[in-house]
Design a protein around this ligand. Sequence first.
Ligand SMILES: [Mg+2]
Length: 337
Amino acid sequence: MNDLKKLGEFGFIGNIQKQLKARSPHVLTGIGDDCAVLSPSGKKQLIVTTDALIEGVHFDLAWTSPSALGEKAIAVNVSDISAMGGEPTAALISLGIPAKLPLKFLQQFYKGIDSACKQYNIELCGGDTVASKKDLFINIVLLGQTNASRTFYRTGAQTGDLIYVTGTLGDSALGLKLLKSRRKKWNAKESDLKFLIKKHLQPTARLKESRVLALSALKITAMIDVSDGLVQDLHHICQSSKVGAVLNLQSLPRSKAFQRVSSFNKLNANELAFHGGEDYELVFTLPPQDAKKMEKLFQKSQISLIGEILPTPDSIFIKEADGKLKPVKKLQGYQHF
Ligand SMILES: [Mg+2]
């Protein structure tokens, strides 16, 4: 009999409950009743998102620590709330737990969940724990809210708008590549490998940047988070807004570690930066007259101007170093099926 069996579902939930803190004034009753009770606040809009993570598909227990996995499970959902200009409030978590997992693993996993909830000011207010025959299954539902006039959609990008992205691109995809071929001798500094792997295993959602945008008067016309790859996610904006886009190859933001590891090992850096998934950066568009104001707001964080919205629906072009435009044939990034 494993530890979890001894403890039972309710014992386990009781333990978790002790570990977690009330954080949100919107959660009137959290874990411990049939439903969580939340109170909506004023004129705000309620937004909700969910993400499932399956062992062997989205994560590998050989690579990730249980606490990093918990942190990531929360962060990827916060990224979606951030992409709408929202602030997260409460989370529900459902787990399918295989018998092979020791109780210690689950305690560490919840430590990660709790630390991410603290970081993003979220209250865990319920969920479900069930047995799974073989693999670990994690599903999180995250609630959030926006000011009604500052909810950002994929639909509003207009011809001539500038395209910006937070942070750097491709680090996570390269980190995953490193994890998948750990035995290979990489021509790289240990600190670079660590940085890239961390970007994959413990991504940071751009909630701070999103709050700055949402609380500003800037005319954000569209926003999305980069989860499946820059090109694919920008393509979602283009499809929803019925426009096209041009990306400037020279201005794609890349970390120093990414540049060094990809060039020393002759990797296709453009492919990783354009199509690599799980960057969890924000891509947004705004009219050129707002560009100066926006850049002033973000003096300290990295925001890069990477392109412009074109009138040609459903097409993305890359502007190469010589100024020539090349159409992107592969508009898809990560394929789930
Ligand atoms: Mg998203």
